[in-house]
Design a protein around this ligand. Structure first.
Ligand SMILES: Cc1cc2nc3c(=O)[nH]c(=O)nc-3n(C[C@H](O)[C@H](O)[C@H](O)COP(=O)(O)OP(=O)(O)OC[C@H]3O[C@@H](n4cnc5c(N)ncnc54)[C@H](O)[C@@H]3O)c2cc1C
Length: 482
């Protein structure tokens, strides 16, 4: 098949999966008004693969077949840059919300290919062939895939086997000739309600005695025993004027409960090899943080663009403090972009032939993005003014008398009231709404917390070389290490 149409994708989601939304079971996700919004949003990926303007970016050819570009295993920096560009374009059409249904799953597959290969070489297992088969299935059927990595985790100061509740981390409870049975819950699983399949990865390194927690596999989203409890955050009726983004675009997260779910061996990628759990968790992050920063770029451009526009509309573009704030935003946005591109260019080849982004640059990009994001929102709020939370409704403008007055009072010499309000509605969504809360938490936590990024940066930086330089300059060593 190779490439699916949006309609084929939507039809494939009518599979009897078990989804709960606000305490009620959802019979058909495609008919549920909230989930349908997320499905239509995710359809952007399929539409762009079929759009003559974007086909070349969103697809690639291999052995006479055409596939989604997200399933192209990167073999060079330019493959990574193409992937980045595709994510950026899809997220721009999604008005700052990533589609994710191809991106996160392929990130996990690339990590699995690397770690299964290592594990087979060390332990004589046969995981690599299974991962490869799943990769081909996903690519050939153009599957939408969610990734459930983050466990419920319980007490953060305890490891999986020390938890008061045995299943705070997903655990293998039975092994048979046919497969394994798992119990536990993963949290924050994005796009699971509108994906065909779910890849499960370990969330952390495991210690001796924790082999039952070192588990990875894939499942169809309608597998028996699997329950998706969808978050209501950002749901509810919202009109397109006041909410230009979230009225049409949405991503769902679930608490993903595995109630003694059976997984056949052909779908198992790790089952007890403790030393590979942490490696797999980190290998996923190598790709997924690259995806993460790629999809932040349209949000950053929106913030920067809005800052420039509102300064113009409000007549403050030439004020010194405004120029200073806009310069600061440009420095912020361009630093994130440059670090991400450096991450692609400084990538390296890993067995079995996958080009991996440079971990230090990508984690720096994500860290810099996350630690400065709230300041950027504050600067944009500052330039915009209080109308962010006191704006009259679009319906008020439709009243003959009041509308005419509003048009006079809320216009400036540089903008009509209508366009100024349209822009303020967008900025309000980006900086003062439940969507901005979502983006803010996403910035801090999604794809790993700020501390996780800091750990990756400090672990990856060559401190020994810096120490050797100091030893040479102090005269303690005769030669520097160059
Ligand atoms: C919108 C959104 C979408 C997401 N999508 C996905 C997804 O699709 N799939 C997926 O698997 N995950 C997903 N995540 C999960 C994301 O990766 C986690 O939120 C992130 O790893 C943080 O984990 P946590 O939420 O459990 O917070 P915690 O890890 O509990 O972090 C809270 C605080 O505790 C600190 N902390 C945690 N453990 C320790 C410790 N041992 N010692 C000291 N400090 C500690 C952290 O540094 C942080 O400051 C998503 C998250 C969000 C917000």
């Amino acid at each position: 098949m190779g490439i699916r149409t949006a309609e084929e994708y939507i039809d494939s989601l009518r599979d009897g999966r078990k989804v709960m939304f606000r305490g009620k079971w959802v019979d058909d996700v495609t008919l549920h008004p909230e989930i349908r919004k997320a499905i239509d949003h995710a359809s952007i990926d399929f539409k762009l693969s079929d759009d003559p303007r974007w086909k070349d970016l969103f697809t690639y050819a291999e052995d006479g077949n055409i596939y989604s570009v997200f399933y192209k295993v990167p073999s060079s920096a330019s493959d990574l840059l193409q992937r980045k560009r595709a994510i950026e374009v899809a997220t721009t059409y999604g008005k700052t919300i990533v589609t994710l249904i191809h991106e996160i799953g392929s990130d996990a597959i690339f990590a699995l290919l690397r770690i299964a290969y290592l594990c087979d070489r060390k332990n004589g297992t046969s995981y690599f062939e299974r991962v490869k088969q799943f990769y081909e299935l996903a690519r050939d059927q153009d599957l939408a895939i969610a990734v459930a990595q983050t466990d419920a985790k319980g007490d953060r100061d305890k490891s999986p086997k020390e938890q008061p509740f045995e299943y705070h981390y997903l655990k293998i409870v039975k092994r048979t000739n046919e497969g394994i049975v798992v119990r536990g819950a993963k949290v924050h699983t994005s796009v699971s309600v509108n994906s065909n399949a779910i890849i499960v990865l370990p969330t952390r390194a495991m210690k001796d005695g924790e082999s039952a927690y070192a588990v990875s596999f894939w499942l169809w989203a309608n597998s028996p025993g699997l329950t998706l409890v969808a978050s209501p955050y950002l749901s509810g009726d919202r009109n397109g004027n006041e909410y230009p983004i979230s009225s049409k675009h949405k991503m769902f997260e679930t608490v993903t409960i595995f109630d003694d779910v059976f997984v056949p061996w052909e779908q198992v990628f790790l089952a007890g090899e403790t030393e590979f759990a942490g490696l797999l968790a980190l290998a996923f992050v190598d790709f997924h943080r690259f995806t993460a920063v790629s999809y932040k770029l349209p949000l950053l451009d929106a913030i920067l663009g809005c800052a420039n526009l509102i300064a113009r509309y409000n007549g403050i573009s030439n004020a010194a403090h405004v120029r200073e704030k806009i310069a600061r935003l440009i420095v912020y946005v361009q630093t994130v972009k440059s670090l991400l591109e450096a991450g692609a260019r400084a990538g390296h080849m890993e067995d079995p032939g996958i080009f991996v982004p440079d971990s230090v640059s990508v984690n720096l990009a994500k860290y810099h993005f996350a630690t400065n994001f709230h300041t950027a929102l504050r600067d944009l709020q500052d330039l915009t003014g209080g109308l962010l939370v006191t704006y009259p409704s679009p319906q008020d403008f439709e009243d003959n008398i009041v509308g005419e007055l509003l048009n006079k009072y809320l216009a400036t010499s540089y903008s009509s009231a209508k366009e100024r309000m349209q822009l303020i509605n967008l900025i309000s969504e980006l900086t003062a709404s439940d969507l901005s809360g979502y983006h803010s938490v996403l910035a801090v936590h999604a794809e790993g917390s700020i501390e996780a990024e800091k750990i990756a940066i400090t672990r990856g930086y060559d401190v020994d070389k810096a120490i050797a330089t100091s030893l040479y300059m102090a005269g303690i060593q005769d030669e520097p290490v160059l």
